[in-house]
Design a binder for this molecule. Structure first.
Ligand code: HPA
Length: 267
């Protein structure tokens, strides 16, 4: 057992009575959902031994335990991006700790740029596959076979049955492929043309490391991406974090409804 994970787990375990089976990771501008959690117990990332903590604007940095739309959940309000300087293995510590704590499923959200020109800003897309173009992997290094396999299968990380139920209750939801780049620069128009040719519909700076660790430890995931802007070069205007936050804010209600429906059909 990884002692860093054990220490983090023990701290969390003795600081909440809640035992959710589902975790939510909220992306840029989507953290508002943490405010809808009822009957809350929260733990600041800073207090958890060996946990990284987020510095990105719009990311708060706490575990919020409670009930969301009638389900027991833990919300990771604030995530860890590679562009902040966190090592992907820090992300591994977080997800592995959650697995130890009993998390079985993860609902991951992010903000992204729309590479697919049929999308419009504000679209919330069900991610059906990802590409790891961060050229880093949180599982790099010696492997402990008691935690997970040396060569994890990525196909099985998506909870296809859950996704099918989501598509049943949200028949109009779009689906797409998300490509993860490290950032923090937004892409160039040439990069966007290239990733479009490769088959990407959405581009962002998160999610892929978390998914890799979920695949490793055996947490099943579903990913929703809010296309907050058309990716670089599609429109004339420059990209800005301000726009990302504004559009995410505009689609709050729609986003909350999608998460509510998804949580209803989690099992
Ligand atoms: N590129 C990368 N990440 C993003 C974008 C984008 O256009 N929008 C929101 N997150």
């Amino acid at each position: 057992m990884d002692t860093r994970v054990k220490e983090a787990y023990e701290y969390i375990n003795s600081n909440t009575h809640k035992r959710p089976r589902i975790a939510l990771i909220l992306g840029s501008g989507l953290g508002f959902l943490a405010d809808s959690v009822e009957d809350v117990e929260s733990i600041s990332y800073k207090d958890i031994p060996n946990f990284p903590y987020s510095t990105a604007p719009g990311h708060e940095g706490k575990l919020v335990f409670g009930t969301l739309f009638g389900r027991d959940v833990v919300v990771l309000n604030g995530r860890f991006h590679i562009y902040e300087g966190w090592d992907p293995t820090d992300i591994r510590t977080v997800i592995h700790t959650l697995k130890l704590f009993g998390i079985e499923k993860m609902l991951i959200t992010n903000a992204s740029g729309a590479v697919n020109t049929s999308y419009v800003p504000g679209d919330i897309v069900l991610v059906k596959d990802v590409m790891n173009f961060m050229f880093r992997n949180p599982l790099r290094g010696p492997n402990d076979e008691s935690i997970g396999p040396r060569f994890p299968d990525m196909l099985g990380v998506f909870d296809r049955e859950w996704m099918d139920r989501v598509k049943y209750v949200l028949p109009d939801i779009k689906e797409g492929v998300y490509i993860g780049l490290t950032g923090p620069t937004y892409e160039t128009p040439a990069e966007i043309r290239a990733v479009r040719k490769m088959g990407a519909d959405l581009v962002g700076m998160s999610t892929v490391p978390e998914l890799i660790v979920c695949a490793y430890v055996g947490i099943k995931a579903i990913v929703f991406s809010c296309a907050t802007n058309m990716a670089a070069g599609i429109l004339e205007q420059p990209l800005s974090h301000q726009e990302v936050i504004e559009v995410a804010n505009m689609v709050k209600d729609k986003f909350a409804e999608i998460v509510e429906k998804a949580l209803e059909v989690a099992w």
